[in-house]
Ligand binder design. Structure first.
Ligand code: SF4
Ligand code: SF4
Length: 348
């Protein structure tokens, strides 16, 4: 793994053929066009504002606790993002959570799937780049770090498949349970699945822990803080308390810590390699109306766009007329990075 500077290309910290090529090319002269120097609209700030507003809107129930007169109910359909049904603050839920829950009822999630198909057909994976709170948190981590690290192409290619595997496993478990229940023979199966019965991914998803469990733990810690100050516990008491933490809770917190660590190491690690919602939308992204295009006349193959892409897409290898790479989250970082204005979104 090596670094890709967010400001300007830097020397690689390890050898990797594709990366070496990128860095070598990036160090060639790339003078911005005269008109580009005068004014260029940047997408980064508007996108981060949309992401921040989305984060607040998705967790809008929290506002009812701050302002008791403010009434809001969760919307009755999901969006292709991660927003846990287990969070007390979610006003909008993840489509994927709803699919798992409805299959376990058992019901076929017609409305949720319909909304997913519609969004996927029109904007593909853009909700990952613009709306999902988990995507936003990873972007913030990368911004704080100040540089994008690069994964070897071989690792990237293999690891990308993981999220499709997780998607298939989750749908297999929830779908088979739904089918068994619909046929009147799923009670034992449901009991055997335990916590996985109401959604395998819901049980371990980092968004459920971050937006559901962590606020509850903070509230408990706040209540216990006064008692702690009044009478600090002995080491034996602290040890006894630690041993009472349920293993499942400890495991979920471990996953959350790993999520933050991985996001620090690799931009959008979770979105690239693990998120089943991302995998689902990646399938739609290939056929969506929204995509990107590259002007071959303006493009000098410098390749600043590839260096800034948080999903590590080989943009210069894709068709210039329009590309709908399954990993593209329509974040427009490549558009901002291009000194010649050769990249732009394409709709149709
Ligand atoms: S891939 Fe998953 S976590 Fe990442 S932005 Fe998309 S829905 Fe959110
Ligand atoms: S190709 Fe461009 S729009 Fe797509 S993910 Fe990469 S930087 Fe974002």
């Amino acid at each position: 793994m090596s670094s890709r500077s967010s400001a300007k290309p830097s020397t690689p910290t390890s050898t990797c053929s594709h990366e070496g090529l990128i860095m070598a090319q990036a160090q060639t002269t790339t003078k911005p066009d005269e008109d580009m120097r005068r004014f260029k609209f940047k997408w980064t700030l508007p996108r981060m504002i949309v992401q921040l507003i989305s984060l607040i809107a998705i967790n809008a129930i929290v506002l009812t606790q701050l302002f008791p007169n403010f009434k809001i109910q969760p919307v009755p359909f999901g969006l292709p993002i991660l927003a846990s049904v287990n969070s007390h603050f979610s006003a909008i839920y993840s489509s994927f959570d709803l699919i798992q829950l409805e299959l376990a009822q058992p019901e076929f999630p017609f409305i949720v799937v319909g909304v997913l198909l519609l969004i996927g057909a029109v904007v593909g994976r853009a909700f990952c780049g613009w709306v999902c709170p988990i995507g936003f948190i990873q972007d913030v981590i990368t911004t704080l770090k100040g540089r994008l690290d690069f994964v070897s192409p071989r690792t990237q290619k293999g690891a990308i498949r993981l999220k499709y595997f997780l998607l298939a496993c989750t749908l297999l478990i929830s779908g088979s349970l739904g089918l068994a229940l619909a046929l009147g023979a799923g009670s034992d199966y449901r009991a055997a699945l335990g916590i996985l019965a109401s959604g395998p991914f819901i049980a371990f998803s980092p968004d459920a822990t971050l937006f559901g469990t962590v606020p509850a733990l903070i509230a408990m810690a706040r209540d216990g803080f006064a008692a702690f100050i009044a009478k600090p516990p002995t080491m034996q008491l602290v040890y006894a308390w630690i041993t009472t933490i349920p293993p499942l809770l400890a495991f979920r917190i471990l996953i959350l810590v790993a999520f933050f660590g991985a996001a620090w190491q690799v931009p959008r690690f979770f979105c690239r390699y693990l998120c089943p919602t991302g995998a689902l939308m990646a399938i739609f992204q290939k056929y969506s109306l929204a995509g990107m295009k590259r002007d071959p006349v303006k493009c000098t193959k410098c390749p600043h766009c590839e260096i800034k892409c948080p999903m590590q897409i080989n943009i210069l290898d894709l068709p210039w007329e329009k590309f709908n790479n399954p990993e593209c989250i329509m974040c427009m970082e490549c558009v901002d990075a291009c000194p010649h204005g050769s990249l732009s979104p394409k709709f149709a």
